[in-house]
Design a protein. Sequence first.
Length: 94
Amino acid sequence: MPTLRIEHAVPSFEMWKQAFDSDPADRKGSGVTRYRISQGIEDPNFVMIDLDFNTVADAQKLLEFMEQVWAGPGKAFMVDPRARIVETVEDVNL
């Protein structure tokens, strides 16, 4: 399962979360099957988002869209966004 992992600082988690919840990327329509949001323990204004997909092509397409958002209106909500597509190679519950 490919995952698009995005991480960045935000000026305000609450402001960013409102923008995220408005879903400008149409996550479901873009092929996202599940997502997780994490915050830094020491810095709650640092967020990590894992977006799961069925195909790498869908993940790449959403990443391309997000790069356009980051270059434009996303600048108000995200600081130095970084992203990569990863593949889970092992998932163990203990």
